[in-house]
Design a protein around this ligand. Sequence first.
Ligand SMILES: [Zn+2]
Length: 438
Amino acid sequence: MANPVTATIRAYQMGFGDCFLLSFAYEDESSRHILIDFGSTGLPDETKVGLDDVAADIALQCGGVLDIVVATHRHKDHISGFATKANGKGSGDVIRSLKPKRVIQPWTEAPDAPEGWSGPDGTSTKRAFATQRASLENMHAVAQAVVDRLDRKGGFDPRWPLAERLRFVGEENIKNVLAVKNLMDMTGTPENNLYVYHGCDLDLAEILPNVKVHVLGPPTLKQSDSIKAYAKNSADYWLKARQLVGLAATGAVAASKTSMLFPDLKSTDTFRQSKLPTEMRWVAERVDIAEQDQMLGIVTALDDVMNNTSVILLFEAGSKKLLFPGDAQLENWNYALQSELAHLLDDVDLYKVGHHGSLNATPKSMWNRFQKRGKASKPDRLKTVMSTMAGKHGGKNGAPTEVPRIPFVNELKADSTLFNTQDLQPTQLCQVISIDLR
Ligand SMILES: [Zn+2]
């Protein structure tokens, strides 16, 4: 069987969103193509390329055949490009026409409990799974209620300082039915949709010869349960101690401090402080009378939970390791970092920067593991690739929550070769990174 000799990563202009085409060229001159996410919440004003141009370029680069599609999690900025159109000419229709052989998603997207699934108590597995799935569905209803209120006459006070943030986070979390449906049946065979979790056996040898794909996240409920206590350690965030204290006081960090992967929402600080009803459907109704800061607390908590369903994939090809973690935040990473797979992180060659460079998606303890970090002169220096758009998310009123987080971006620049979609010219489609695998 032929060996892969080069990996090429195309990081497309998505504004605030992700879309990466990972292509392996083999010694027998064949190639394999993996599309990792395709979504946007809005492009920069000056950008002259759109989702349709990107879909056309993906079709061109992969020669009309995609081997694998990965949708790391269900957020708009990762899946909106998969939406189809009634006229059959949507960007999602183009991807569908490339007949991907497999679609990889987190276990939380599975229509039924995956084989070998272990629930929180190890017994009522199917039922626990169904409950979890239902609660993710309910989140969309809450997000929709928030956006509806912003849209409704009399339901939205334009003087609200938080209105813009509310809309952004709300719209991120609305269910994208067309994209979700397309992902579910674009391979034509349900067995080709793979729903993955930490440590599961992902056998892609037939499709991707001589490339080992490790699944580092998300953990199952049972797995993440074993690390409940950890996330209180916020030394992993890209903040100074003083800033953390300030954030905690405003409640901005409360949601991300919840220790479980899928926190029972009634137990989060946000809910305790706001004294809002505990049932999701009640929450959706109560959004109508909530204060804007309470609303933001609710949707931010939902946003964090959804980010933590992100698939974390590590591709091992030839002598190199490529890491794609979607928007996984600290709670998702925790499990991988304490697992027996953690050693794989030590010699990562390419790191797709988590969650567009936010403060809590690249735990410092993980970053510090990357031994290939170093000055520009370092041979085989770590490459990093970030898809982001400043000014879209966080950082309002001087809070140290801007995305991308500036001290972290400075660190990326100092200690790795950074490819940033923000540096693309208005007519440029993507950053191209080439890695010799020999
Ligand atoms: Zn994202």
